[in-house]
Design a protein around this ligand. Structure first.
Ligand code: AMP
Length: 427
């Protein structure tokens, strides 16, 4: 082997891919039910777009971006997250000028140069949603409900929703000042990462997980005590709405996010038991970002969920139906016996495909027994056997691989019979 996939990336082979497709279909269906339309943005964008929105001092921008110059000398970056590109497209395409509330969703790969480990890759996939044009907590509740419905529809149980408010540009600085004051006596004892944050984006210290630092963070003030009246009411209303929807949550004042653009509501969804990387997704409100990109002030809220982590959680916590991607859905295998006319079988297969059913043919140089073995290896439920006798009689033999039953049917009845069987016996 001369080559292997780059570190932190992986290949998804057909069996796993069918689970991925199933997850994506469930995600799309939930988005449809909530009235969201799909947006597809480029995989790479101008580097400045991410630096400006995610924040110059964040880990993503300082350490994790795949940035390169193209032949024209432009600095481009493989997208490390979804929101910045969607906001740019919202403005550039004129969606922003249509007014009203815009609900968008996306699904695709993202890239971060991180240390690979279980649940952490350099290329990973996210499904995400963004809503533009509504300030009220109803939309925060709606996107959270969509996230939880998505996980429920997959059959995942036990996910924990943690919510917080990070205030707005008026009340957040008041809190940051109080936080710096509270941390001043211990700042020398914190790690270098925290000390850097202390000088710049102090709020991010709340995200520190290292136990050595955490023990100094026990008695710090809560941001929820510093919220101004509007932010406090917004957060209280969100809680009332979530209660009304029957969505369990915990309020945790140290939920901040790794990106600078959030305002007011932030949330994370974790799956206990997944190990160190147990965040399935997260998001929040970013009321200032559209304006930051040159648009009119436009409130917005959204989230992104990690596909690999959700699939992992489904695997670890497998429910009877959870994660059951259809294998080779309705695949029909054509086997031949003896020397048969070279044209009949390919034509029959074409007819089967033209009527919407998937079919594959055996390689002609194998014995029937080997062909049947191959059909079961391919998880085919039905095998159509065409031998010399069948050709002479204008029939085919249809075998149900699960029950072992066989029936001889007229060739022209094959399509109708297969259709009926597939309706009766879905995989
Ligand atoms: P973030 O915007 O960083 O909170 O990411 C949202 C979600 O994407 C996380 O909760 C993870 O599920 C997933 N995610 C982020 N980074 C990675 C990564 N490097 N590998 C796998 N999944 C990731």
């Amino acid at each position: 082997m001369k080559f292997s996939a780059p570190r932190g990336t992986r290949d998804i082979l057909p069996e796993e891919a069918s689970r991925w497709r199933w997850l994506e279909e469930v995600f799309r269906e939930q988005c449809r039910l909530y009235g969201f339309g799909e947006i597809r943005t480029p995989i790479f964008e101008e580097t400045g777009l991410f630096a400006r929105s995610i924040g110059e001092e964040t880990e993503i921008v300082t350490k994790q971006m795949y940035t390169f110059s193209d032949q024209g000398g432009r600095s481009l970056t493989l997208r490390p997250e979804g929101t910045a590109g969607v906001v740019r497209a919202y403005l550039q395409s004129g969606l922003a000028n249509q007014g009203g509330v815009q609900r968008l969703f996306y699904f695709g790969p993202f890239f971060r140069y991180e240390r690979p480990q279980k649940g952490r890759f350099r290329q990973f996939y996210q499904g995400g949603v963004e809503v533009f044009g509504a300030e009220g907590p109803q939309l925060d509740a709606e996107v959270i409900a969509l996230a939880m419905d998505f996980l429920n529809a997959l059959g995942l149980e036990g996910a924990r929703l943690r919510i917080n408010s990070t205030g707005c540009k008026t009340c957040r600085p008041v809190y940051e000042k109080a936080l710096r004051k509270a941390l001043a006596p211990v700042v020398d004892k914190l790690c270098s990462w925290c000390q850097e944050r202390y000088k710049g984006n102090t709020l991010r210290i709340l995200d520190e997980k290292r136990p050595d630092c955490r023990r100094y963070l026990k008695d710090i003030p809560s941001i929820l005590d510093s919220l101004d009246k509007e932010c406090r009411e917004h957060f209280e209303d969100l809680r009332v709405l979530l209660n009304g929807l029957g969505i369990p949550y915990e309020v945790e004042s140290d939920v901040v996010r790794g990106l600078d653009y959030y305002t007011r509501t932030v949330f994370e969804i974790n799956q206990p038991g997944l190990g160190a990387q147990d965040a399935l997704g997260g998001g929040g409100r970013y009321d200032g970002l559209v304006e930051e990109f040159g648009g009119k002030p436009t409130p917005a809220v959204g989230w992104g969920m990690g596909v690999e982590r959700i699939l992992d959680a489904l695997e670890t916590n497998r429910q009877p139906q959870a994660g059951k991607g259809p294998a080779q859905e309705g695949l029909v295998y054509f086997a031949t016996a003896g020397s048969v006319d070279m044209e009949i079988v390919p034509n029959l297969i074409s007819e089967v495909r033209a009527s919407g059913m998937a079919a594959i043919s055996a390689s002609l140089d194998k014995a029937l027994k080997a062909q049947m073995k191959e059909a079961s290896r391919q998880c085919c439920r039905w095998v159509v056997i065409v031998g010399e006798d069948e050709i002479a009689a204008g029939t085919v033999t249809l075998r149900d691989m699960e029950s072992g039953e066989q029936q001889n049917i007229k060739r022209e009845k094959l399509i109708d019979t297969l259709k009926q069987l597939m309706e009766q016996k879905p995989l």
